[in-house]
Design a protein around this ligand. Structure first.
Ligand code: FAD
Length: 551
């Protein structure tokens, strides 16, 4: 018989709660000649990825990490069965797939780590019911957070909706329950053979399809499709596998972490860890990160070196948004956390069948950039399209958006600036921005992305009032002082001097600058600002106020 561990967003063998328990269960069920093996499963389910609007770059990263995982498991004699979910049957068919595997491998027990999103919860319920018919015992484990959702609550027993008290409570809980940080052992090796029927089933289901061959890539025009050359470049930015993730974590905690609190807001400094893609797919665990940071800080988490303390606080933001998602599942369903903001009159509203603009990734070198081809029918308004392609006329916003298209990732400070700009300056529904990030980010994570967008829109958990609006030019002067980041990504503005570059070259031209002239601006091809920030700010405040009054 077999004990099965089902991998989803926990693609690692070290510090994996469900995998370790599955391994222990296989050992304890083995008695003499009656052997119980450990096997693992990964279901390739493009219909789910497409349904969620996942970025091709993330799907590619997912598949590459499954390949790396298969090799690591093989070194321990543990097979990984890779089963394709039939695209035409829909996401619900995953339960049939898991049931078939349980049947073929005579599975006694099934283990997995819980995913908290609504659809994933539904899927797991269906799987549990399906395999129960075969008599399979199912054990879901909590592993995505250091502190399981529901364990840190207010005095009234409610889920925290404000970060700072959550963070304080989180620290208290971890200090009182040190076991939650204990890093789990990898599974023991399988040293006995599977039956011949099980072996032949495993052999015939060991092929991992390459990401570009999957229907997630081709069946819909929803995504900006990366070319193969571009994909190859992206693969060098994010090598797959636990070893790569651990190397990145060690390099960060060995030195850069000490300056994190000072450099984390500067997009050109290698100030942050860039571990988010690994955390999003569970190639690395939050426990491993907190433990490594704490080790670099003499065993402390909330006192001591500022860099480590602040970095751990960011990991607690990740936990906070997961607890919020688990406690308030309506945030998974495109709903504002605060219902009073549902009535904002956007210049463009989100709808379930929105078509996101899909253009080729713009060149970083050509100036002027080529004109945009016409957007497909159903694409939202020109303000949103210009924002997605980095053509708003606000240099730092544009640099950030082009950077996202090229690298599949964006620095946190820039995520805050571009999200505020879309929602407040362009008054575009935050859910369109959320969908665009999802369709392009390698590290997309529903809880953090939704939390980030609702934070920017002021519709979310914190006390952030809607009238606190980022000034994109001030942000540029503060966080890209010398314009280095803008020059790197908005090549057509390379020639413009620092101050003028960040405060708006078109404004300087309009005021009669002899260097940055209107003629030169027209020749370089950089677009005029879509809106005037001061006016847009007032319009946003008025629209939000009206929504709250009408609620
Ligand atoms: P570091 O600064 O090194 O932080 C370490 C880890 O802590 C990150 O990898 C991440 O897991 C977590 N973290 C850091 N900041 C935050 C935060 N503000 N909220 C939640 N977790 C955080 N993060 C995602 O992982 N996926 C997303 O889809 C995502 N979308 C976002 C959308 C918006 C509008 C905003 C404002 C933020 C979003 N974030 C998202 C949070 C944050 O921007 C990224 O986690 C961070 O930029 C990743 O870079 P890093 O790994 O170098 O982070």
């Amino acid at each position: 018989s077999t004990v099965l561990h089902w991998f989803r967003t926990d693609l690692r063998i070290h510090d994996n709660t469900a995998l370790l328990l599955a391994s222990k269960a296989a050992q304890s069920l083995t008695r003499g000649e009656s052997r119980t093996n450990l096997a693992c499963l990964f279901v390739v389910s493009p219909v789910e990825w497409r349904g969620h609007g996942c970025a091709p770059v993330k799907v590619d990263f997912w598949v590459r990490n499954v390949e790396a995982l298969r090799d690591t498991l093989a070194e321990r004699g543990i097979p990984l069965v890779v089963k394709m979910n039939d695209d035409k049957k829909g996401w619900k068919a995953v339960s049939e797939v898991v049931k078939e595997v349980c049947k073929e491998l005579s599975v006694e027990e099934l283990f997995y780590n819980v995913e908290y999103e609504v659809n994933e919860q539904r899927r797991d319920k269906m799987v549990t019911e399906a395999v129960a018919k075969l008599g399979v015992k199912v054990t879901p484990c909590h592993d995505q957070c250091v502190v399981e959702p529901g364990k840190v609550v207010t005095k009234e027993g409610k889920v925290y909706t404000v970060y700072t008290p959550f963070k304080n409570s989180w620290h208290r809980y971890v200090s009182e329950n040190k076991a939650v940080l204990a890093v789990r052992d990898p599974p023991s090796s399988n040293n006995h053979k599977f039956s011949s029927t099980a072996s032949s089933y495993i052999d015939s289901h060991s092929t991992i399809p390459s990401a570009p061959s999957l229907p997630a890539y081709s069946a819909t025009p929803l995504f900006s499709q990366p070319s193969l050359t571009h994909l190859t470049f992206l693969r060098t930015l994010y090598p797959a596998g636990e070893t790569a993730a651990q190397t990145r974590l060690s390099a960060f905690t060995a030195s850069r972490i000490d300056a994190y609190h000072e450099s984390r807001d500067l997009p050109t400094a290698p100030g942050t860890s860039s571990l988010s893609p690994y955390l999003a797919l569970g190639v690395l665990s939050a426990r491993q990160c907190v433990s490594a940071a704490s080790a670099a800080n003499g065993g402390r988490r909330d006192t001591g070196k500022q860099g480590a303390v602040v970095w751990i606080q960011e990991l607690i933001w990740r936990e906070f948004y997961r607890h919020v998602l688990a406690g308030f599942p309506h945030v998974c369903k495109n709903r504002a956390f605060k219902p009073q903001y549902e009535g904002v009159q956007w210049t463009e509203s989100w709808s379930r069948d929105v078509v996101l603009p899909a253009f080729p990734v713009p060149s970083t070198t050509s100036t002027p950039p080529p004109p945009l081809p016409p957007a497909p029918p159903g694409t939202p308004n020109p303000l949103f399209t210009a924002w997605t392609q980095g053509r708003t006329g606000y240099p730092l916003v544009d640099a950030a958006m082009r950077y996202l298209l090229h690298t599949g990732w964006m620095h946190n400070r820039l995520r805050m600036i571009v999200s505020s700009f879309l929602v407040k300056d362009l008054l575009v529904d935050w859910r369109l921005g959320e969908a665009w990030f999802c369709a392009n980010l390698i590290d997309h994570d529903l809880a953090s992305n939704n939390g980030g967008w609702q934070w920017a829109a002021g519709t979310g958990t914190d006390a952030q009032p809607y009238f606190r609006i980022f000034n994109p030019s001030n942000q540029a002067e503060k966080f890209d002082k010398d314009g280095k980041f803008v020059r790197m990504w908005v090549k057509e503005l390379e020639w413009v001097k620092d101050g003028v570059l960040l405060r708006g070259p078109w404004e300087a031209a309009a005021k009669g600058s002899v260097v940055v002239t209107k003629k030169k601006m027209e020749e370089c091809g950089y677009p005029k600002p879509l809106v005037d920030h001061a006016q847009a700010r007032l319009a946003a405040i008025a629209a939000f106020k009206l929504a709250v009054q009408g609620a």
